[in-house]
Design a protein around this ligand. Structure first.
Ligand code: PDD
Length: 281
């Protein structure tokens, strides 16, 4: 596949960065994952807004003007043959001569990298045949700025691996008695027909898919609330869903080895998943 690195398009296998890159040394950078359907980026504006917010929050100057991202992204999509792709964008604080925690000298160019990977059909594409996935709960051991889409993902990696080792798909995090989100996804539950998702604050990533799901609920009169989800709410939920750009909406049918309702994707998930598929078209 073709990648973008610091102003150049080149085969991914030939892309090289320095071991002095602050992304490598410190995970000093941020990223975005943007779904591409039929060659068109989905919710690009929202992803670029979040990208600029992440940059601002870590005090890293935007390497490109807002208006210049779409052309770069379109070129990358075209060079990769279009279709359904997952587009990855990463910006780090660049390469400095010495390893020093403090920011490098002003004028140090950031490292800008993008690649496109094939994306398989998400669960929401087949709401009637989707089986759902298993999840486990884990302690949320992350820092207090989970709203920044930082490439510093070691806690998420450790908890996702714990889920995979347990034969599950995702780890759902618990902090101070509240469920926050998945290792790489946002959390929704359904209780008595109402869709509930934790509010956007510094303890979760403000998911683009999450926001769209809420928009669809609002537009189609599906009752919903942004409210804290306690561990008891989670374990007693009629339905549990996870959302992300790469997997859209995934129903969780087993939590910590216990069936969620009848261990099948629920009716509210099916309804909203259909709304999601229709919106995509
Ligand atoms: N992850 N929460 C976390 C911790 C995430 O890493 C992600 C996405 C989400 C969902 O956000 P969105 O709907 O904007 O994709 C929530 C991406 C897909 C990843 O790390 O690959």
């Amino acid at each position: 596949s073709i990648a973008y690195l610091n102003g150049e398009f080149l085969p991914l296998a030939e892309a090289r960065i320095s071991p002095m890159d602050r992304g490598f040394l410190f995970a000093d950078g941020i990223y975005e994952v943007i779904p591409v359907y039929g060659g068109t980026p989905f919710r690009l504006d929202e992803h670029l807004t979040r990208l600029e917010r992440s940059l601002a929050e870590i005090q890293l100057a935007a390497p490109l003007a807002r208006a210049d991202w779409p052309a770069l992204i379109d070129t990358l999509i075209r060079k990769n043959g279009g279709g359904n792709l997952s587009l990855y964008l990463q910006i780090t604080r660049g390469t400095a001569a010495v390893r020093d925690h403090a920011f490098p000298p002003p004028g140090t160019p950031p490292t800008v990298f993008a690649m496109a990977s094939p994306m398989s059909a998400p669960a929401a594409d087949s709401p009637d045949t989707t089986a759902g996935v298993a999840a486990i709960t884990v302690p949320d051991i992350r820092w207090l700025r989970c709203d920044i889409k930082s490439v510093s993902l070691l806690p998420n990696i450790l908890m996702r691996q714990r889920a995979v080792s347990a034969g599950a798909t995702e780890a759902i995090m618990l902090r101070d008695g509240l469920a926050s989100e998945g290792a790489a996804s946002n959390l929704f539950i359904v209780h008595d027909g109402t869709v509930i998702t934790p509010p956007k604050d510094h303890l979760i990533l403000g998911g683009i898919t999450r926001d769209l799901v809420l928009e669809l609920c609002a537009a189609h009169n599906v009752p919903y609330r942004e409210a804290p989800v306690t561990e008891a709410n989670l374990r007693g939920a009629d339905e549990i869903w996870l959302t992300s750009s790469t997997r859209e909406m995934v129903p969780v049918v087993n939590l910590d080895g216990q069936a969620v309702s009848n261990a099948r994707p629920g009716p509210v998930w099916r309804r909203v998943a259909r709304l999601y598929v229709d919106f995509k078209r």
